[in-house]
Design a binder for this molecule. Structure first.
Ligand SMILES: [Zn+2]
Length: 233
């Protein structure tokens, strides 16, 4: 027993001495010199060193795997939390990048979308139909409603017709005489479509946005009376 302990102690002492000598040698050389030596050594026998390192890795593979597994079990929650945070951060960054890209490439995207719509007319139509089926309330206020009512009431007005009407109005709002060229003019059905008016040239006039919003779907007489009362109150 005593002998064995003695050899062990002797071994440890020898190792300590060796380590101390190594430390001393290392300290006596500058970092630059150390790096230069390392480079020279790697040039001379890099292959051998790399092979040895690989062998060592192989030899201690199981031990390292076990160490990692133990560490992982101890820090499982931390690892999970960290992974989750990283995923969320990445998601957020992707969103920001995506928004930046969309902003920078507005026109390109619009052109691409139009091309896609043209090439996939049926698919797009069916997607639109799905959306309408899922959002009946929104559809109620959608302009398609007006389009279908226009069809039901009958009538067709060409672009030229609209230009002619605008010319007859001298580009002035019929109600308040403001210049319609300053903002987007609103097409108004004198007798509202909802009250049986037709989408024909004789039932169309242009209003400025505020006047059109105040008229909305009122009977034209009601609206004129309302304006008259407002002006003379
Ligand atoms: Zn007006």
């Amino acid at each position: 027993m005593g002998e064995e302990e003695d050899t062990l102690r002797a071994k440890r002492e020898a190792q300590d001495k060796y380590n101390a000598r190594r430390r001393e040698r290392r300290a006596s050389i500058s970092p630059e010199e150390r790096r230069a030596r390392r480079r020279a050594l790697m040039e001379r026998c890099g292959d051998k060193i790399r092979q040895k390192e690989k062998r060592d890795r192989e030899r201690h593979k199981e031990q390292r795997a076990r160490q990692y597994a133990e560490w992982y079990l101890r820090n499982k929650e931390k690892v999970k939390q960290y992974a989750k945070e990283r995923r969320e951060k990445q998601k957020e960054q992707m969103k920001i990048k995506r928004r930046e890209y969309d902003l920078k490439n507005k026109e390109k995207i619009a052109t691409r979308s139009k091309k896609y719509r043209d090439n996939n007319k049926e698919k797009v139509l069916s997607l639109q139909k799905d959306w309408r089926d899922r959002n009946p309330d929104a559809v109620l206020f959608h302009s398609r409603n007006r389009v279908s009512r226009k069809r039901a009431n009958g009538g067709f007005v060409s672009k030229e017709d609209l230009q002619e009407i605008m010319g007859e109005q001298s580009f002035l709002c019929v109600a308040c005489f403001s210049d319609l060229r300053k903002a987007t003019p609103h097409l108004d059905h004198i007798m509202p479509l909802s009250k049986g008016g037709t989408h024909t040239k004789d039932n169309i006039q242009f209003l400025c946005a505020p006047c059109n919003l105040s008229k909305h779907a009122k009977h034209p007489l009601d609206w004129i009376i309302e304006i008259y009362m407002k002006e003379n109150s």
